[in-house]
Structure formats: C-alpha cells, structure tokens
Design a protein around this ligand. Sequence first.
Ligand SMILES: [Zn+2]
Length: 158
Amino acid sequence: MDPSDQDNNFELKDSSDRGVGIFTKLSYSKDEVVMRGIVHEVVRVNHVGVSQMGENEYFEPIGFMALVNHSCNPNCGIRLNETGAQDYVAIRDIKKGEEITFDYAMQNYKIGYFPSRCLCGASDCRRTIGGWVDLPTQKRQQYEGYVAPYLLELDLRK
Ligand SMILES: [Zn+2]
C-alpha cells in the first residue's frame, strides 16, 4: 500500500501545547488496525526519528506514522504485521476526530533521547518519556498484547 493512501484517513493538526499531532477522520473498534506499518529501510543506529523493530534493528517510519505523538495513556498499541513492520492497532474504541497516540515504551526498550518532560496530559502521565524498562508493572499489564514482541524477549534475557 502506498503510505500516502493511508495518510488520507488522517490529518495533521495542532495538538494543544505539544506541537502537531495526527488526528483520524475515521472511527475504529478495539483491535482494528489504525495505521499499517511499512518498512523501507532497516538501520542499525538508534537515534531520534527511528523506531525499534528488533534488538539492534531500527527503521524510519514514513508519512504520518512518523508524526504520531506519545501518550502515557494511548489509544493505540503496536502489533507486528506479516512483513515484520509495526501496525498501530486500536487498544480501545477510537472516535472520529481523536488524536492517534501510542506509548513510546511499547516500541522502545530504552529511550535516551527525550530530555523534556512529557506533556501528554493523561491523568496517569509518567512525566518523563521512558522505554519499556522504565514502565511500571501495572502499565505493562494494561498493554499486554499491544507491545513489540522483542521487548518481552529482551526481558527474558536479563
Ligand atoms: Zn505523559
């Protein structure tokens, strides 16, 4: 699928004090694919703008997928599709017009490049954007089935 086709279902708008965000023009039921991931190029360096897809593998998201904001109480989670890329899947029902968000800790084991405070506005906001390693047990349970599988593999190795 051409990413620009998918992007037609979304619009880029101001997201209060967090810069821009991605808002959906459609509604989704829990577990529906909201944005389909496409891997163009795998890179091996963790830097701003890449998403983790394996212990030492990262990819650069393209189109609106690259601009989806973090939330500590998101409406989307991560699920791998048959190509190995990550889809954003509805973790609960999503209404037309809502901002699409996921928790960066669902995708990244460690995050070392977010110096600023989290501004997501969730009542259970963790104030800093961390990785999977920083996530409280209760959040890990809430996200069960909606996180990148390599995070769980990395946990087992410790
Ligand atoms: Zn937050």
